[in-house]
Design a protein around this ligand. Structure first.
Ligand SMILES: Cc1cc2nc3c(=O)[nH]c(=O)nc-3n(C[C@H](O)[C@H](O)[C@H](O)COP(=O)(O)OP(=O)(O)OC[C@H]3O[C@@H](n4cnc5c(N)ncnc54)[C@H](O)[C@@H]3O)c2cc1C
Length: 474
């Protein structure tokens, strides 16, 4: 019997279908988080362990295309896949539940529903969430874009506000309202997510609005991107950064570089310079940190709350717990919080788990940089490969499109995403075709920013009853 297996027999696997596992002598690995990092572990763990995947959602999300959902180009189901099905394909079990605590000495994890599950090895891959860097009002008034729910909420608020603006414009044309109204959208953060979102919104305004919302003059919708550094896309080379800024400007986005934000208010942003800018909808895309809940796990945390890992990706001070992906950071050279590091770390952690179970020493992780890419809009993207090659324009955009479709999980998602993206890029300016929003009832759990029909009515009410307007009659 190998050392780790001996330990398992000393530890009852608490409160989880032990009967299903008791016949097996294989050690149990719990993988927490069914994103890029967690899923990458599964093939490596297969056949050697009993693997249980835990996630607080019943699905896995392809975050790189969330901005397409938020801008009504893709359906939420295009970027999500059943976690149960994906885990099952790799011979793992899935448990829907939220990790709330870790008892490293007793080798159990606690879930929000009060249950406890024993493990022999634990791999944490719980991802990141928005970092607001202490900017007043940002958490309360800005929307974030890290989850599928965030994307749906943002899309529905956007469409709701466009509906409101359309109603105002219609009423204005009929002579019943005193002003045309406008919609100002501010995106905070000029890295890939901010650039992609700004480009996508500008494109929606320029191409889809005329047919989807004929009542609105596109000049009534303003897309603003605010970045505190002097350039966009900091990890890219200077020529690509300049290209991205020029492409956004060409699409009519108002790009404000070297502009720090001091406070976010419900309908405004206050700049460090003291200037206040009106903003109906502010989206925070300025950085990430570990989810605050990670603070309760009793593990060492470093910058932005990321869990500190040793060179083999084991959590510092722990011999059976690994952390991978956005949540993890080596003490010296933290990797960027991107899909490739998460995938490679996940595979490595799983291989080290095998080594430990086989009584072998672990080996250090080394990251193989494959490059980075970001898209601005149709026919426009930037690609920077690790060996130094740089691409931009249509060829880069086709590379971006191909890679995202290939890496999207599930054939059905690939096909539906291909159809929806083709529709978006080829047909939007002919017949609209925005992916529609949901009813308010679908947002019962969406928190304070829930949008949809509610936002439309509220926006219309505010415009129509605001100063200089009519009596709120639509
Ligand atoms: C809008 C957006 C666009 C992006 N675009 C790109 C891009 O173009 N290219 C790129 O390389 N990277 C991109 N990224 C980054 C990339 O998506 C992440 O680096 C990657 O998803 C990290 O993988 P992960 O496994 O660490 O976490 P995730 O993929 O975030 O997975 C974490 C999982 O853990 C689950 N979870 C969290 N907390 C708990 C808990 N307490 N209990 C149980 N389950 C929990 C979550 O539900 C989730 O399923 C983007 C990210 C965002 C948000």
């Amino acid at each position: 019997m190998r050392p780790s297996e001996r330990a398992t027999t000393e530890l009852p696997i608490a409160e989880y279908p032990t009967t299903e596992y008791s016949a097996s002598q294989q050690p149990q690995v719990i993988v927490v988080g069914c994103g890029f990092g967690g899923l990458a572990t599964l093939k490596e763990l297969r056949d050697r362990f009993r693997v249980l995947v835990l996630d607080k959602n019943g699905y896995t999300t392809f975050q790189p295309l969330l901005y397409q959902v938020a801008t009504a180009g893709l359906a939420p189901s295009d970027v999500a896949c059943s976690a149960r099905a994906v885990a099952g394909k790799c011979g793992a079990r899935f448990r829907h539940g939220e990790l709330t605590g870790i008892n490293a000495a007793g080798r159990t994890v606690s879930l929000a529903d009060g249950s406890q599950i024993g493990y022999d090895y634990l791999i944490l891959a719980t991802g990141a969430t928005a970092a607001y860097y202490g900017v007043a009002g940002a958490a309360a008034h800005a929307r974030s874009l890290y989850t599928r729910r965030d994307a749906i909420t943002l899309r529905d608020e956007l469409l709701g506000r466009l509906d409101g603006l359309a109603a105002v414009s219609q009423a204005g044309r009929a002579g019943r309202a005193g002003r045309a109204g406008r919609l100002v959208i501010t995106i905070v953060g000029g890295n890939a997510t901010g650039v992609e979102l700004a480009g996508s919104l500008a494109e929606l305004r320029n191409s889809a609005l005329r047919t989807a919302y004929p009542e609105i003059d596109p000049t009534q919708v303003e897309v603003r991107l605010v970045e505190q550094l002097p350039e966009l896309l900091a990890p890219f080379g200077p020529a690509l950064r300049r290209y991205a800024a020029a492409e956004l400007a060409e699409r009519g986005a108002d790009v404000r570089l070297g502009t720090a934000i001091k406070e976010v208010k419900s309908e405004a942003i206050l700049l460090a310079s003291g200037e206040t800018l009106h903003s109906d909808l502010t989206v925070w895309a300025a950085g990430v940190q570990a989810p605050p809940a990670a603070g309760a796990w009793g593990l060492e945390q470093g910058e932005a709350g990321r869990i500190v890992v040793e060179s083999d990706l084991r959590v510092r001070g722990q011999d059976r717990i690994f952390a991978v992906g956005d949540i993890a950071a080596g003490a010296e050279h933290p990797l960027p919080q991107l899909a490739q590091p998460a995938l490679q770390m996940g595979r490595h952690a799983a291989r080290q788990t095998r080594r430990l179970a086989d009584g072998e020493p672990t080996v250090p992780f080394s990251y193989r940089d494959k490059g980075i890419m970001a898209t601005i809009g149709r026919g426009s993207a930037v690609v920077q490969l690790a060996r130094g090659q740089r691409l931009r324009g249509t060829i880069a955009w086709l590379a971006w499109l191909g890679l995202h479709l290939v890496t999207l999980l599930g054939n059905r998602n690939r096909i539906s995403a291909l159809i929806n993206l083709s529709w978006r890029y080829l047909a939007w300016n002919h017949g609209g075709g925005l992916v529609v929003g949901d009813d308010q009832a679908d947002h019962a759990d969406a928190g304070p920013h829930a949008g949809g029909a509610d936002a439309a009515q509220e926006a219309a009410r505010r415009y129509l009853t605001g100063p200089g307007n009519g009596a709120g009659v639509l």
